[in-house]
Design a protein around this ligand. Structure first.
Ligand code: 13P
Length: 305
């Protein structure tokens, strides 16, 4: 039996579901029961009746699944799968920000650790950030950790946004000049569209026809009559874009946009994780409960674009 059949058998035998982010390796996306962006994956993790969730993504995503489904076994095949952006803000930073801005609400991007979430008021993802910021009653909002998403949101709200200086290493690699160079290679008839993730820098986002989450990019491409797309996010999303739109062309805005952390989970580790039901995500209940409130507020309010 090959490894794909073995994984599929184990999934059935153990009543397990495999959730994968849009940046995972192609073979992981292909074997997953559900592939999506952070918001879709959170909703799926909250609603599944599987006994085991194998989360193929990065640590904070698996943690989010555990926060929402504490009675389920949540497994991350390779615990090395971190998120440098999530590591750019700590509980101490939030306590300091709160003492300096006592009337501000704290909105955290889902790319944060469970203990950081537990200190915030509400969570958001790249697909609902502006709706979430506008939903809070405070006139001032501390937005963390991503400075680019926070800056992008500030264009869609009247609230004063207090930014934190975190950033995604992968998205900040893309430079506006690269996009301009690529655009030049297309004629007007090619009707090329540039679509970018809001973790890109402001000068890159200014060039975009559409700014949206990873699954927002998938939706936009499907609906848009153009055949040519420059993709301003992690390149692994192109696997799903091609699979769902075989007649369209996808050009990575930069081949440097590669997130190693999203590539540690592979078929061998997925097989081992399912067999051993390890490595399991555990969160102290006190932190989990507080973080749950923060995510649950988002799930109740957040609209998907
Ligand atoms: P999405 O929620 O758009 O999938 O983004 C997650 C992420 O970590 C982007 O770097």
């Amino acid at each position: 039996m090959n490894i794909i059949d073995e994984i599929n058998n184990l999934k059935v035998e153990k009543k397990a579901v495999v959730l994968a982010h849009n940046y995972q390796l192609p073979e992981i996306q292909d074997i997953a029961d559900f592939v999506g962006d952070s918001l879709e994956l959170s909703r799926t993790a909250a609603n599944t009746d599987a006994k085991i969730i194998v989360f193929c993504g990065v640590y904070f995503m698996a943690e989010t699944a555990k926060i929402l489904s504490p009675l389920k076994t949540v497994i991350l095949p390779d615990l090395k799968s971190g998120c440098p952006l999530a590591d750019m803000v700590t509980v101490e930073d939030i306590k300091k920000l709160r003492s300096e801005n006592p009337s501000a609400a704290v909105v955290c991007y889902i790319n944060t650790s469970a203990d950081v979430k537990a200190e915030c008021d509400i969570c958001c993802t790249s697909s609902n950030a502006a709706d979430i910021v506008n939903s809070v009653s405070a006139d001032e909002v501390i937005f963390l950790p991503d400075r680019n998403l926070g800056n992008y949101v500030s264009k869609y709200t009247k609230k004063k946004i207090i930014l934190w200086n975190g950033f995604c290493l992968t998205h900040e690699l893309l430079k506006a000049e690269e996009v301009l160079e690529l655009k030049k290679q297309f004629s007007a008839e090619d009707n090329v569209k540039f679509v970018a993730h809001p973790e890109c820098t402001e000068d890159v986002l200014k060039l975009a026809d559409k700014v949206t989450s990873t699954s927002g990019i998938l939706k936009y491409v499907k609906a848009e009559p153009s055949k040519n797309f420059i993709i301003g996010t992690e390149t692994a999303i192109i696997h799903r874009l091609k699979k769902e739109n075989p007649d369209k062309n996808f050009i990575p805005a930069s081949r440097k946009m590669f997130c190693q952390n999203m590539k540690y989970n592979n078929l061998e580790l997925l097989y081992e994780a399912l067999s051993n039901e390890q490595p399991e995500i555990e969160i102290p209940e006190k932190i989990r409960k507080k973080a749950f409130e923060v995510i649950d507020r988002m799930l109740k309010i957040g609209k998907k674009d």
